[in-house]
Design a protein around this ligand. Sequence first.
Ligand code: ZZB
Length: 258
Amino acid sequence: QEYVLIKMKVVAPYPEKLNQFSSKSVFLVAATLRPETMYGQTNCWIRPDMKYIAFLTKSNEIFVCTARAARNMSYQNFTAEEGKVPVLVNLTGEDLLGCCLKAPMTTYEKIYTLPMLTIKDDKGTGVVTSVPSDSPDDYAALVDLKKKTAFREKYGIKDEMVLPYDPVPIIDIPDFGTLGAVTIYERLKIQSQNDKEKLLEAKEILYLKGFYDGVMVIGEFKGKKVQDIKKSIQKLLVDKNEAVIYHEPEKTVMSRSG
Ligand code: ZZB
């Protein structure tokens, strides 16, 4: 599986555990299959109870992700020595919540890391970028956070990290409009981020519709079909050093190699 790793730059105020690296460039790296949706990022998801690491890349940047993902990266030429991950600090998701980020392409000047409880530890980097206009999971989790003050308080999330952020129209899909995830969330009467079956159905529908019928309504490729420009946007991001390509090995290979 080929993912695009989006480099979301940590900006001040740094979380306590990352303060020591403030003279370096630190990135939370999010794996996505939908680089064309990066115009609509509203936040970054982290799982509070999951473990993360910060490690040094061969270009002297610091990446934050799961140890599993970093290990894969060390075999894909991300680190100075193949198979070796220079770990700088061990973190939990909780250490990273409320962190301020500058993400590529999005119209929001700064965005924040917020808690999502359904992040899987065996996929991607454990860091997930949020596009609530086109990802039903992201929209559901954002609605949950906006609705529940207690949930925000539990994780020390301030109102201004969540409430000003709304889905951004980026792709027009016939029959779904420019906020596909919102439309399908309402049509399927999804209740929360834990509505697993409906969210899976919603994701499958939107992946297909977005890819084959979607037309960009924002950015460099406005007016063009998603399927025609997906690769170009990926290249744009990589050329600007705002993203890198990351491959996820097959599950069977993973378990064999530990
Ligand atoms: C931005 C984005 C915009 C995404 C969208 C989807 C959509 P898949 O198909 O199951 O492999 N993701 C990445 N890592 C994780 C993780 N560890 N746990 C949970 N979710 C994760 O899903 C890949 C997508 O799932 C990735 O692409 C990421 O969200 C999320 F408009 O990034 B995506 C219709 C989906 N739309």
